[in-house]
Design a protein around this ligand. Structure first.
Ligand SMILES: Nc1nc2c(ncn2[C@@H]2O[C@H](COP(=O)(O)OP(=O)(O)O)[C@@H](O)[C@H]2O)c(=O)[nH]1
Ligand SMILES: [Mg+2]
Length: 232
């Protein structure tokens, strides 16, 4: 595997953070000689920050950062700015997406600037409203922006770092950045691929789903407005 940086966002993940960093280390060390894991917490009010700091002290390949304000995009930007390698993978800290995405996307980044993991296989404990919401959002993106991809959630996405640096301003503080980056990559005729991946996510979401829905649509319409005003 090519050297890469794995960014894990962590909000109140005291129950799983240590075990999952250890699980990743056990999975990655035999298959990759150079990699790092950057954990970024923001706004956590449990012992996530304490655990992150201890992991950083214990392992050379782990870096930990804590920011005051919430927002996955903020965490992502912090991770990118400290990334040592030119391939960047972003996974949810609950490791709900199959770890094979890391290996598969690593190869694909030879050719593609952006690899979207579409979490459409496996068991997901999503209520009816949430499933409907995802479906409606997919249709909205298709209609408003003409993009045919399925999964714009931050988890299980991989990027060439050069691409992220070039379009850094498209990374918002919350969760619209995947959509923004997918759109700008499409406009600039950069190579993107979406691959189906297995995702088993049975726990309760860290997001407030109503706020999240508002934020996603605000992101979508902001992008459309910028396009209409020729500001992309
Ligand atoms: N750094 C950071 N991570 C967050 C924030 N909100 C959620 N996360 C992380 O985002 C990832 C996905 O969260 P999760 O609750 O599993 O989302 P869901 O499965 O999409 O409902 C997890 O690693 C969370 O800890 C935040 O404000 N900051
Ligand atoms: Mg999850």
């Amino acid at each position: 595997m090519h050297p890469f940086t794995l960014i894990l966002p962590a909000y109140n993940e005291e129950k799983i953070l240590r075990a999952n960093v250890e699980k990743l280390t056990a999975y990655l060390t035999p298959i990759c000689s150079d990699y790092e894991i950057i954990v970024v917490s923001n706004g956590s009010d449990d012992s996530t920050d304490k655990i992150g700091t201890a992991l950083q002290e214990q392992w050379l390949h782990v870096k930990f950062f804590s920011l005051p304000k919430r927002g996955v995009g903020r965490a992502f930007k912090k991770g990118i700015s400290h990334a040592r390698y030119d391939r960047i993978v972003f996974m949810d800290a609950d490791l709900s997406s199959d770890l094979s995405f890391i290996k598969e996307s690593n190869q694909l980044l030879d050719k593609y600037v952006l690899v979207l993991g579409a979490k459409i296989k496996g068991l997901q404990n999503r209520g009816f409203m949430r499933k409907m919401g995802s479906c409606v959002f997919f249709l909205s993106v298709l209609m408003v922006m003409g993009l045919k991809y399925v999964d714009y959630a931050p988890g299980a996405k991989a990027y060439q770092k050069n691409f992220l640096m070039k379009y850094f301003e498209y990374i918002d503080d919350y969760t619209s950045f995947v959509l923004n980056l997918t759109f700008i990559a499409t406009v600039k005729k950069e190579a993107i691929i979406e691959i189906p991946i297995l995702c088993e996510d049975l726990r309760k979401s860290r997001f407030n789903l109503y706020k999240e829905a508002i934020s996603k649509y605000r992101g979508l319409f902001t992008l459309k407005l910028k396009q209409l005003l020729g500001k992309l």
